[in-house]
Design a protein around this ligand. Structure first.
Ligand SMILES: [Zn+2]
Length: 292
């Protein structure tokens, strides 16, 4: 009996030790949480900041986020100006963790807003960029935890195969859309990289960030443009209140094409992983744009 108890407590302390031994990683938002999890598997423990269906542009960090940064060995962020609140928290906590920019090496798309040229942070919507994210995250995990290098490399290769499969699917499906009439409206300018890759023009009442609310004049101008250009469809976004979009659809006569997952995964269902999100958006866009 006593031997059994000793054995039991030994097993218990071993499993606690294993949990503590896992590489502690912080990710800034749900898409990076999933990509990092696909590569890190059981070797890492992720604390993610902005969760599913939530808006990273307007996020305010919590005291728990600060604690997670202090515990972390790696902090993975998107970069391109997406998470200014994370940069401030890294500075104020003086965390010793390595900060990794997942988008490093991406050729950034820019937009002119209020007289300024600013980088578009939504690079993940081009799968060729997603490949760069995967490689940057894989390298960072290996550098922080070289003992598990073989596993990180294997997971990364498996995941990249899935991304290449989706790249081919996107090329076929978007390529089959009728030419012309490839203009659509979303709440904010989140799909510039996707549009650039596949020749689709996305218009939005809000710019690159969701922070600034559009003026009545800007909304009216967009409605006029939708009518004039015969814009095919208006899409809601999972991170945004859809009232403005519904009003724009009503007043312009454009149809509502469904919901696109822009800056966050879904809490459940097909868009609850990054590759699932991409495929869901691909099919939703093609269903609306493929109609004669
Ligand atoms: Zn956004």
């Amino acid at each position: 009996m006593r031997a059994l108890l000793v054995l039991f407590s030994l097993v218990l302390s071993l499993s606690t030790a294993q949990a503590a031994d896992k590489l502690q990683v912080v990710t800034s938002f749900s898409i990076l949480d999933d990509i990092t999890h696909q590569i890190g598997g059981d070797h890492i423990q992720i604390s993610n900041m902005v969760g599913p269906d939530a808006d990273a542009h307007t996020y305010e960090p919590t005291p728990d986020d600060a604690k997670a940064l202090l515990k972390a060995k790696l902090i993975i962020k998107n970069g391109l100006g997406f998470e200014p609140w994370l940069d401030r928290l890294v500075t104020s906590t003086e965390t010793k963790a390595t900060v990794v920019t997942a988008s490093k090496g991406v050729i950034s798309h820019t937009m002119d807003e209020d007289g300024e040229t600013i980088p578009d942070p939504h690079a993940w919507h081009n799968l060729a960029n997603a490949e760069i994210y995967v490689n940057n995250i894989t390298k960072a995990l290996i550098a922080a935890d070289p003992a598990n290098k073989a596993d990180y490399q294997r997971n990364s290769q498996t995941y990249l195969k899935e991304i290449y499969r989706l790249l081919a699917e996107a090329k076929t499906k978007f390529g089959a859309l009728p030419p012309g009439n490839r203009r659509i409206v979303t709440s904010h300018d989140a799909f510039g990289y996707l549009g650039q890759a596949y020749g689709i023009e996305f218009l939005a009442p809000q710019g690159l960030s969701t922070e600034r609310e559009p003026s009545a004049a800007e909304v009216a101008a967009l409605i006029t443009q939708i009518r004039k250009d015969k814009v095919k469809a208006v899409f809601m976004e999972n991170i945004k209140d859809s009232r403005l979009l519904k009003q724009i659809a009503d007043e312009s006569g454009a149809q509502i094409g469904g919901t696109l997952y822009s800056d966050a995964l879904a809490a459940e269902g097909p868009a609850s992983t990054f590759t699932g999100l991409f495929e869901y958006n691909l099919n939703t866009l093609c269903a609306a744009l493929g109609k004669p």
